[in-house]
Design a protein around this ligand. Structure first.
Ligand SMILES: *Cc1c(COP(=O)(O)O)cnc(C)c1O
Length: 383
């Protein structure tokens, strides 16, 4: 057994990044300023996005989008229930109705096939989720959204560096990224809203900072224009320069992180091929670059004779950390109570929600760490 605990995720922060954050701290300007502007420019160049607005989280980005589109009571937003619950929370807090698309049983993603039956005349927005670093099959989804004249916004929290048909996620349409510490790059907490619609970008930029017509930082006045006035009430969702400078360092290393994650994931897939009770997610066949944000497996609970939760407990006793991405939103307490009619209607989502488990995957892991995880899994299953 390992003598040290292996967490399921751990950020890779370099000494240079720590030094860069310290320089911002010493500079006299620590909130949104030149580093945030540089991070927006560098990130949009990296993914080929026409424009980007740095935010304090992806959740903030979803909230601002719903606000900017005026989505509220009577409106429906389609998203998978197999997602982080923040999307559903924002929809519900706006007074709108979440409509859940089921997912493919083996990729955990909703495609056009699953989204189509959810569309009604009340549908205002579709939020596909790129899952675990894989890209959702966007071409059919884009065609479907265009046919019904419904807005699309991609949840790209797992997809920094992911490519779909030779283009980075973020290059097309509206996308929201997250830089929470478990994601492929981190700013501590943070997010990026990318879009190709200049009016939408301007609305997000205004709403993220009190509804002022200016950013938190005005390049021309080297500070904030003191005369700025509220154009419409807004929020306080800007990203600090302390965080942005960390993001700049992380972004420069994203491709190396993905290469390392890919090597580790490949090793997992080879070693787990011989473990019958463990089924990794499958990699979609269409053209994409997988960013390997998470390594998710499903436990065949019948064959293993144990629940997913006991499986995770047993791994923890052997110093292996794991996670769940995600417990389906509609199965959680508040949504069980308020959306009880949904339970039982999303078979693939519910089947996976009870069986998925994320194994350790982060760039600083060694191949031996992967072997330790698989050894522990075999031990647990042999019990
Ligand atoms: C992490 C995550 C979010 C939320 O990101 P935050 O930056 O923490 O707000 C949204 N959707 C998915 C799928 C996520 O994994």
């Amino acid at each position: 057994m390992r003598n040290s605990f292996l967490p399921f995720s751990k950020p890779s922060i370099s000494e240079e990044e720590i030094e860069a954050v310290a320089r911002v701290l010493r500079s006299g300007w620590i909130t949104t300023g030149p580093k945030s502007a540089e991070f927006e420019e560098t990130f949009s160049r990296y993914c080929g996005a026409p424009g980007a607005v740095a935010l304090c989280s992806a959740t903030a980005g979803m909230h601002l989008l719903l606000e900017a589109l005026g989505i509220g009571p009577g409106d429906e937003v389609i998203t998978p229930s197999m997602t982080w619950v923040s999307t559903v929370n924002m929809i519900v807090l706006r007074g709108a109705t979440p409509v859940f698309a089921d997912v493919d049983r083996d990729t955990l993603m909703a495609g056009a096939e699953q989204i189509k039956p959810c569309i009604t005349e009340r549908t205002r927005l579709i939020v596909p989720v790129h899952f675990a670093g894989a890209a959702a099959d966007m071409d059919p989804i884009r065609r479907l959204a265009a046919e019904h004249a419904v807005m699309l916004a991609e949840d790209a929290a797992h997809a920094a560096g992911t490519e779909y048909k030779k283009k980075k996620i973020g290059a097309v349409g509206t996308t929201i990224f997250s830089f929470h510490p478990i994601k492929n790059i981190t700013t501590g907490e943070g997010g990026m809203f990318c879009a190709d619609d200049p009016e939408l970008l301007a609305a997000i930029r205004r709403l993220k900072f009190h509804g002022l017509g200016v950013d938190a930082y005005d390049r021309n006045s080297q500070g904030r224009s003191p005369q700025a006035e509220v154009l419409a009430p807004g929020f306080k969702y800007n990203l600090t320069d302390m965080a942005a400078v960390l993001g700049l360092g992380q972004l420069a290393r994203l491709d190396d992180f993905i290469a390392r994650r890919t090597a580790l994931a490949t090793h997992y897939r080879e070693l787990l091929a011989e473990v019958d009770e463990i089924m990794p997610l499958s990699v979609p066949a269409y053209e994409m670059r997988h960013a390997w944000h998470l390594f998710i497996v499903r436990l065949d609970t019948d064959r293993a004779g144990m629940s997913r939760n006991s499986f995770m407990e047993e791994l923890k006793k052997r110093n292996i950390g794991t996670g769940i991405h995600f417990l389906a939103a509609h199965t959680q307490k508040y949504y069980r109570d308020t959306l009880s009619h949904v339970l039982g209607t999303l078979p693939n989502t519910e089947w996976n929600s009870a069986r998925i488990c994320s194994l350790p995957l982060f760039p600083a892991m060694s191949m031996e760490d992967v072997e330790d995880v698989v050894k522990a899994i075999k031990e647990v299953l042999a019990k």
